[in-house]
Structure formats: C-alpha cells, structure tokens
Design a protein around this ligand. Sequence first.
Ligand SMILES: [Zn+2]
Ligand SMILES: [Zn+2]
Ligand SMILES: [Zn+2]
Ligand SMILES: [Zn+2]
Ligand SMILES: [Zn+2]
Ligand SMILES: [Zn+2]
Length: 250
Amino acid sequence: MGKLENVSGAAAFHEDRIGSAGAPPRTASGTSAERVSTVKSIMDKSMVKSETVVAPPPPVDLTAKVIGWCTYNRCYQGSTSWEKHVQHQRKRHCTAAERHALCRFCLELHHAGLQEHLQEHALSDVACSLCSGRFLDDGDVARHKADFHQVTTGDEVPPALGRCTKCPATFSSWEDNVQHQVIRHHKKDADRVCSHCLVPLPSVEFAETHVLRHSEGKDFPCHLCPARLTSEETRTKHLQRFHAQEWAFR
Ligand SMILES: [Zn+2]
Ligand SMILES: [Zn+2]
Ligand SMILES: [Zn+2]
Ligand SMILES: [Zn+2]
Ligand SMILES: [Zn+2]
Ligand SMILES: [Zn+2]
C-alpha cells in the first residue's frame, strides 16, 4: 500500500522556504521554440519547390507553465499537467510490478486491492483545484498540493525559479536546487558541498575559510535567489545557467 516515498533523509535538508519573488516563470520552451523555427524554415523551402500541401505543425504553447514537480528522490522534474506527471512517475520511478499497482488518479500504490481503491474513487473522492489529480480525502489533497504543486500558502503554484544544467529538473526555490544537486549529482561529496554556492569543498580547513568568506559578505549574491557565488564570473554563469537569463547581459 502506501505512496512512493522520498528515499533520502531529505527531512534533514528542510529549511523554511525563501520566497522566489521577482523571478519570472520559466519553462524549457527555448529548445522547442528553436525546433519549431527550424521545422518552419524547412517547410517553407519545401513548399516553394513543390505544390504539396504540408499540414502545419501542431501549435506549441510557449507559455506552458510548470504546475508541479516530482519530489521522488529529489528528482524535481517539472510537469505541465498531472497526466504528464503520472506518465513520468510510471516511466522513471516504477518497477513493472508497481506500474500495475499504481492508481492513476492519486499515485498511490496498491499491490493488492487496486480495484477496491478505484471503486472508492468512483464512490467519492476529492478533486485537486490545481490539476486533474483526485484523492480520497481533503488531507490527501493538502499533502498533494504541498508536495507536487509546492503550494505553501493559499492556492498558488510558485513560479519556476531556475533549472538544473545536468538534467531536466526545474526548481521553485534555491533550497530545492541545493537538495537536488547534493542528492542527484554529488553523491560522492554530498557532505562537502557548500549550500551557498554549491562548490564542493576539498577539506575541513578549506571549508572554514570558504564559509568565512560567505559570512563576511566577501561573496557575490544573486539578486534573484538566495545563492551567493564566489566571483563575478560564477555569478554571471549562475544567472545564465540556473536562471537562464541570457537576455540580462545583452
Ligand atoms: Zn521524478
Ligand atoms: Zn487513487
Ligand atoms: Zn493537483
Ligand atoms: Zn539535475
Ligand atoms: Zn560557498
Ligand atoms: Zn540566483
């Protein structure tokens, strides 16, 4: 029974969320925009050469907004719909047996009694106001909103603040990025990664002087998130890569 749980000791990393005010919502739309324009230019050329009518490509919603994040093992892959998130969970985090036991409405695992669980949904369940997920009671909806939608107050999904440069993850807070980097991309030196700038520190002595630089304000804070970088150069890289704000430097 039970849900897919976070594997890590992630609770230890939990800190109060710092607001992501001022950050524009981001989606991974840049790449699809490029792809669309390439397809279009190829099509334009082929249209000139022959009279063949080519069906226009399906419209791409460039404003498609991430409405939730996969928190399983700090994966943080963003989804634009609950259906896409369910697909992602099935594909990336489920064994074959779990795929057969997974409720597509609430993502609970029922290795025995999935039919009964689905009947409970049919009899009475509660719809999430932010996606098409359905849950057996209000408590489950509240947990889902906090976990998937990362809603902390009210009913608003926070905008994506930044993205991982190593995988498709996006984050609504710097803290999520720190947890993700440490758990997913720094397995070997997790305990030596600086939470301010994500630099792996080679030794305890080095860590002391490094942290001192942060606490003495001899670092380079980001104006969009709580990150504090070690040089002007790494701050520029952080803005370009994490926030994908290339435009800010034109
Ligand atoms: Zn995931
Ligand atoms: Zn269910
Ligand atoms: Zn929802
Ligand atoms: Zn990543
Ligand atoms: Zn640091
Ligand atoms: Zn930042």
